[in-house]
Design a protein around this ligand. Sequence first.
Ligand code: ZN
Length: 485
Amino acid sequence: MLKIYNSLSRRKEEFQPLDPPHVGMYVCGPTVYGDAHLGHARAAITFDVLFRYLQHLGYKVRYVRNITDVGHLENDADSGEDKIGKRARLEQLEPMEVVQRYTNSYHHNMEQLNTLPPSIEPHASGHIIEQQIFTEKILENGYAYEVNGSVYFDVEKYNRDHHYGKLSGRRLEDLLANTRELEGQEEKHHPYDFALWKKASPSHIMKWPSKWGEGYPGWHIECSTMSTKYLGEQFDIHGGGMDLLFPHHECEIAQSTAALGKESVKYWMHNNLITINGQKMGKSLGNAISLNEIFSGDHPLLEKAYSPMAIRFFILQAHYRSTLDFSNRAVQAAEKGLERLLDGMATLERIRSGDTSTYDVEALEKRCYEAMDDDLNTPVLIAHLFEGIKHIHLAAAGKESLTAGDLDKLKKLYHTFVHEILGIRQEEKTAKNDLTDRLIELILNIRLEAKKKKDFDTADRIRDMLGELGITVKDVPGGFEWEWK
Ligand code: ZN
């Protein structure tokens, strides 16, 4: 039985969909004004594994992940410049050119990371009318007010009837003490009220007509609108990064409750954040490494390029609710681990079956499912898979044995958990590198035979020619070692 941690109840709950076998899942997608970074990768991979696992368990999942292309202002505030509008102004582009460029780039990165595309990917800018209607409902129900062409959510009124802060565990009094005074806030009755619709200043590029005048939607309203549009007024799972829990998701709960008279989401799930060398990621710290930079190695903090699968495996080796620190050492360790796992799987293909089994494949399978059912515990799952790899090598060495039936089960198990559920694919590059390695070893074995026949001319010639290709050969007792220079 799958259990998942619900951020709302703050405990693990048995997963019981509202309308099985159907599952509705909404995940907050990127604001497309720049290249995707590690934070995007972690959220996408976390919910990709959930999407994959739910489908593996037989659920029919409708996975909606939005593209935020309007209304997300700088500093996540209610006044200031639109993140996309600003990029468009600086680069002298049409805002939708910025949106298209970074949506394409995001899709490309997500494909590299082998995340499955969502079932529906709605854009905020494509749902302006729906957001206006949603805002009107909140107004009609008395939980919002209009000032000068802007509409704000009345947090205090809402908090009298419901509970604002139930997701984040914050209290309104504390919020008041911590809210910064910002320009334009004098329109609001209280600083913690938030915009549902904002009047556009004359210089604001992205704006639409409305009954309140020309303006644009607030950041939080898009997710309430699009999630309920495609998944119904109540749906199963809403996910996103921990940084979105407050205020974004707290505001979503308030909006849906205010408009629909009920809460929309049954399970709230949040993945934790990634730090870089122990520091929070941020542009001002110079450590906001994009995925493109990681895959090309083109960043001063990187010792080399890392493959998308190494990054995926690195992320999955931590539980999604734990913090994860990115460092060259940590990713290189993950890289080696992944290689060991895939090597083990290649060895598994070469094992010859025996008459008896000395290893309990079914017990391994049970442990793998238990790990996934325990709130998607991928690090424990990976530990079980490594444990199995040990036995694969022992069987390959003739020290253990597996029947033909157990061998088939084991192959299926690794295929299911590694490829289907964890979403690890054999990278073409890795396959090519693997072939190169084997060819080098083939040549060095021929050289070894030449040496045994005292044909030192040939042996030296091979060593020198490999040297010219950038390969260092070292003779050791009974064999050789080699490495790239
Ligand atoms: Zn959202």
